[in-house]
Design a protein around this ligand. Structure first.
Ligand code: PGA
Length: 251
């Protein structure tokens, strides 16, 4: 049985104070929520205050990116061990905004994945096709290259720990959610790629859907048998809407 994961990606929003206030408001809304992993991923600058706001709560902390090296002369970068020291348990890697605006390649995502696992962080690896790729009918090869690029060569015990997020680029921040069928098909395809790498891992790896997830559509998406959770952007910034998404079966 795969434990569902609902993760909020705050992107470049919320100051340290706003972030702490958000999770302080979120805590009581989710205190009774069992049977899932709940994660918030604030900007680096808010990790420390959000960590204090999460003390005693069942919500865990994640980051949105990291550098692959353990330390070094990399101005402006943050290492996995630094995130761990701030209380992070997860890190988002290879988000389409990083691939698009910061030239992240599959090779970089692979290196970061290994560094995250070595630092005992759970990577949430994002994959997904652009609109043009979808219209050209190459969704599956694009996604397969991204998944294989990140995971090939990982030892089985590490492969089983990763989380993959299927985020069609055209559905991110656009209000245009993939249909529940498209989301399920995308996640099922990713599971088949994982199965080809390691049969045993395929039934253990959590695969999330991301892209315009809201309280109104989360339950239908979660009905997909291969969808093990959601990576939520815009709707994760307010305690009320994020809590409604986490409590998806009550919608
Ligand atoms: P969105 O973002 O929910 O605002 O579409 C999702 C993401 O980028 O992870």
């Amino acid at each position: 049985m795969r434990v569902p994961v609902i993760a909020g990606n705050w992107k470049m929003y919320l100051t340290p104070e706003e972030g702490r206030d958000m999770v302080v408001a979120l805590g009581p809304l989710l205190a009774a929520c069992r049977g899932r992993e709940i994660v918030v991923c604030p900007p680096f600058t808010a990790l420390a205050t959000v960590a204090t706001g999460l003390v005693g709560s069942n919500v865990r902390l994640g980051a949105q990116n990291m550098h692959a090296a353990p330390e070094g002369a990399f101005t402006g970068e943050i290492a996995a061990g630094m995130l761990k020291a701030l209380g992070c348990a997860y890190v988002i890697l290879g988000h389409s905004e990083r691939r698009q605006h910061f030239c992240e390649t599959d090779a970089m995502v692979a290196e970061k994945t290994r560094a995250a696992l070595a630092a005992d962080l759970i990577p949430i690896i994002c994959v997904g096709e652009t609109l043009i790729q979808r219209e050209n009918g190459i969704t599956q090869p694009v996604v397969e290259i991204q998944v294989r690029g990140a995971l090939t060569g990982l030892p089985p015990e590490q492969l089983r720990r990763v989380i993959i997020a299927y985020e069609p680029v055209w559905a991110i921040g656009t209000g245009r959610t993939a249909s529940a069928t498209d989301a399920q098909n995308g996640c099922a395809f990713i599971r088949s790629v994982v199965r080809a790498l390691d049969t045993g891992a395929a039934d253990l790896v959590r695969i999330l859907y991301g892209g315009s997830v809201k309280p109104e559509n989360v339950q239908e998406l979660m009905n997909g048998t291969d969808i093990d959770g959601a990576l939520v952007g815009g709707a994760s910034l307010k305690a009320d809407s994020f809590a409604r998404i986490v409590r998806y079966e009550e919608q």
